[in-house]
Design a protein around this ligand. Structure first.
Ligand SMILES: N[C@@H](CCC(=O)N[C@@H](CS)C(=O)NCC(=O)O)C(=O)O
Length: 226
């Protein structure tokens, strides 16, 4: 069965069958950062089957899912060789597996490094900044410390997006003329700005980019499936 381990198959609920020809199994949670990987799956044309995890019941911490991703986070992509986690890794993996989709400058090491640098910034700085607003308990037990992280979060997100707007975003796409996985990832996190209490009028380039991304059919399809 496509080299998937028994452990992996066991986590599928009894109503979910692995369909012949499906290449990947994709674990996601609605509205989360897994939207990035899902858009890349759709854009690459990869045959995949999704498994939705309900954060309200903490499905990401259930033992079945932890055998797939012991970190208890989404996204996770199960493929023939094993499991790929972390958005930047999944995005680049799909870009490499489906080069015809043109999702990354695979033949230009410098340009690819720029894509990786952008995605690493989103993953290691911007996403954790956002998480300080809703998941402060990861970093502190003290209620006052958690409240302080939450209070500071909009300011830090504003700083991060200020950096993207003024220094990193080339336009019309993140990397300039060529669309890439960085566009998918930026779009995903930019979706959270209003809920994070950030004044989006400060970021006209990022907002115009977000609207253009929202207009893409493939993005509409993924958002409708959340
Ligand atoms: N660096 C990881 C972050 C993954 C992550 O934190 N995902 C969140 C959703 S946006 C999650 O699964 N949270 C569940 C939890 O914290 O219990 C990536 O980019 O894939």
């Amino acid at each position: 069965m496509f080299g998937m381990t028994e452990k992996t198959v066991l986590f599928l609920d009894e109503n979910t069958q692995i369909t012949e020809g499906i290449m990947y199994q994709f674990y996601y949670a609605p509205g989360s950062c897994s939207i990035a990987a899902q858009i890349a799956l759709e854009m690459s044309g990869a045959p995949y089957q999704s498994v939705k995890l309900d954060f309200r019941s903490n499905a990401q911490r259930e033992s079945g899912y932890l055998t797939i991703n012991p970190k208890g986070r989404v996204p996770a992509l199960v493929c023939e060789q094993g499991v790929v986690t972390e958005n930047p890794a999944i995005l680049l993996f799909l870009a490499q597996q489906f080069p015809d989709a043109g999702l990354a400058p695979l033949k230009d090491p410098f340009k690819l490094a720029q894509v990786n640098a952008f995605n690493a910034y989103l993953s290691s700085t911007v996403h954790p900044a956002h998480a300080h607003g809703v998941r402060g308990y990861r970093w502190a037990d003290d209620e006052a410390a958690i409240a302080e992280m939450k209070r500071k979060m909009p300011e830090v997100m504003t700083e991060c997006f200020g950096m993207i707007e003024s220094e990193m975003f080339k336009g019309p796409w993140v990397m300039g003329e060529d669309f890439s996985i960085s566009d998918i990832y930026l779009f995903t996190i930019a979706q959270w700005l209003e809920a994070d209490g950030v004044d989006i009028t400060q970021f006209p380039k990022v907002m115009s980019h977000r609207s253009r991304m929202r207009d893409l059919e493939v993005v509409k399809k993924v958002l409708a499936e959340q």
